[in-house]
Design a protein around this ligand. Structure first.
Ligand SMILES: Cc1cc2nc3c(=O)[nH]c(=O)nc-3n(C[C@H](O)[C@H](O)[C@H](O)COP(=O)(O)OP(=O)(O)OC[C@H]3O[C@@H](n4cnc5c(N)ncnc54)[C@H](O)[C@@H]3O)c2cc1C
Length: 387
């Protein structure tokens, strides 16, 4: 087994790290706290071609391998996890359109999605259904050559910028099992009845918007149904979410690494009882646990990503990586706060942001309770490559 990144991946990581250190890190604290939208950073992401990471080269994308994708999310999240949200659901939906879209849909959307001229996201969650996606209430009824959509979505990242926004709907509410009646519609901004009604107040994950959307008699041309025929929406979405978990795992690694890095530096410089606090065994034990966990999370994440690069199913691997890395981000950020003492609680340092950003990764892209169930199912079915 080779645990090393290739020369190209190292070069790619160094390029991303240089960009993050020069353009994201210096503004992160101020912009996050003021709630300012990071327009200039989005422009740089465009310039670097990062909106095209999961778009095939024939449509102008970078089509990077999944390990490189993980590196991007890890590096950005070291400085400001909210920025990773701008690329996260965009990349997931580009992949979904590339894999399942008709030739016409791919030709219409992918070239502009690759350059970031168009951006996207994904609208699954509703006020009454998140984990239980088969319980969604948004309906799309065929009327002539249009679907007429009614319903509501909540917590939708990039909602104001996504054009088109893939929206999970029920095209046949009577289908049994329900997933056979579910489809994805690509809805363009400005379509009458499609309203981004409000921004959700939230603990962290700032920099990108998370919105509620109402859909009232929205007419969507039949040709905007993702793929050739209705009834495959849940499958399309779940497959994309499997890869989305690699992105969440990588964000967890980034946040956990930053919490460790800042703790190590602070422990060397902060003195108590006449010596650096790094001299106390109580602090050393924390540093050892934090470093061990973050490296384990990174290896799990790159392992899951390299499985995806082989074109293998990754429900088990991505589930394990997402579960472990997000829990590591949470535990490392609280340990970082303990090591920093009162300073860790201050808005003048970054630790409180790491602490506020971490829980989202435990909840998003499938909660960690559900991740454990996904992992157990894969193990019990005999699928999975452990041991
Ligand atoms: C900042 C933010 C951004 C988001 N961005 C997006 C987005 O862009 N697009 C989008 O579609 N959604 C988005 N979400 C929604 C997110 O994906 C959901 O919050 C998540 O899937 C959980 O759904 P829920 O909130 O309805 O919780 P629920 O499904 O109500 O779950 C509540 C609790 O019950 C547990 N639970 C539920 N079912 C089971 C089960 N079968 N077994 C065991 N435990 C169970 C859960 O683990 C959880 O602990 C975002 C959320 C946040 C907070």
């Amino acid at each position: 087994m080779d645990f090393n990144l290739s020369d190209e991946q190292i070069l790619f990581r160094d390029t991303i790290r240089g960009f993050v250190d020069s353009e994201i890190r210096p503004v992160a604290r101020d912009w996050e706290q003021s709630g300012r939208y990071p327009t200039e950073i989005v422009e740089s992401l465009r310039r670097m071609g990062l909106f095209g990471m999961t778009v095939p080269a024939e449509y102008g994308g970078m089509d990077v391998d999944f390990v490189s994708l993980a590196i991007v999310f890890e590096e950005i999240s070291r400085a400001w996890m909210g920025i990773a949200g701008i690329l996260g659901s965009h990349s997931l939906s580009c992949l979904m359109i590339a894999r399942h879209g008709t030739d016409e849909q791919k030709a219409r959307y992918l070239p502009e999605l690759a350059t970031g001229t168009r951006r996207t996201g994904i609208a699954l969650t509703e006020p009454d259904a998140g984990t239980d996606l088969q319980g969604i209430k948004t309906r799309a009824r065929l009327d002539g050559e249009d679907y007429v959509v009614n319903g509501a979505k909540i917590w939708i990242t990039n909602a104001r910028h996504a054009n088109p926004l893939p929206v999970l709907v029920k095209t046949d509410p009577e289908a049994d099992p329900p997933h056979r009646g579910m489809s994805v519609l690509l809805i363009e901004q400005g379509t009458p009845g499609f309203v981004v009604s409000r921004d959700m107040g939230k603990l962290g994950y700032k920099g990108t918007e998370s919105c509620e959307i109402s859909l009232e008699d929205v007419r969507v041309p039949r040709g905007e149904l993702l793929g050739e025929e209705p009834g495959h929406g849940l499958q399309q979405v779940l497959e994309a979410l499997e890869l989305g978990r690699i992105n969440i795992a990588a964000r967890g690694v980034g946040v956990a690494q930053e919490a460790y890095d800042q703790s190590l530096a602070y422990s060397r410089q902060r003195e108590a009882f006449g010596r650096p606090i790094s001299g106390f065994q109580a602090i050393q034990l924390k540093l050892a646990d934090m470093a061990t966990s973050v490296q384990a999370a990174r290896l799990l994440t790159y392992w899951a990503a390299s499985r995806a690069d082989l074109g293998q199913r990754t429900d088990l691997e991505a589930g394990m990586a997402k579960l472990f890395a997000s829990e590591t981000a949470l535990s490392n950020s609280i340990e970082a706060m303990r090591i920093h003492g009162g300073a860790g609680y201050s808005t003048e340092l970054d630790i409180e942001r790491l602490y506020r950003d971490s829980p989202l990764m435990v909840i998003g892209e499938g909660t960690n309770e559900v991740q454990r169930i996904v992992i157990a199912r894969a193990l019990l079915s005999g699928r999975g490559s452990i041991g």
